[in-house]
Design a protein. Sequence first.
Length: 182
Amino acid sequence: MPEPALVSDSKTKASNLLTRLASKCYDGAVMSPETVIEMMRARLAHDVTRRKEVEKEMAQLASAYNRYVDLRNQLAAHIRSAERLKGIMGTMNVRDIELSFPTDGPRSGEIDALLRHELELWEIIEEYLQFVPEARVREILEFLEHIELSTSRQAVEAAIKSRPKKFTIRKRKGENIVSLKK
């Protein structure tokens, strides 16, 4: 006599087989597991093929993409530099230079005020020192006065000292000489 577990297992298999056959007879839209597996195999083959094609295309485009990223970063740097310079100099000093700033927002004078307001004193000093290799605090004050930015000597010295990684201060004949760190 067969063991009860084997009989139960055989009954379960027979029941599952009859259920699958009956469902196919009554519902033609039901796919068999074998059909689903074949569809999955076909999709896997497609995915592997496309992966290879995509990797090849990405390798071909990598140089162009990296060049694009470099250009985008250069453009952003030039835009930041132009905004800083325009904020420092104001409209009066850049009238003859064609600038591409948005015109749907505030008027030009208001843009200048916004740009200048966003700049910290140390940023203006840093930009000034891009053009002058070294300067006395007195010369920095003269420049700030020329661009109509009134501030005190103490404020300039404090701004310089607040950024020791940006500025070098040395004494010459009793005066502080400021330059950018290299």
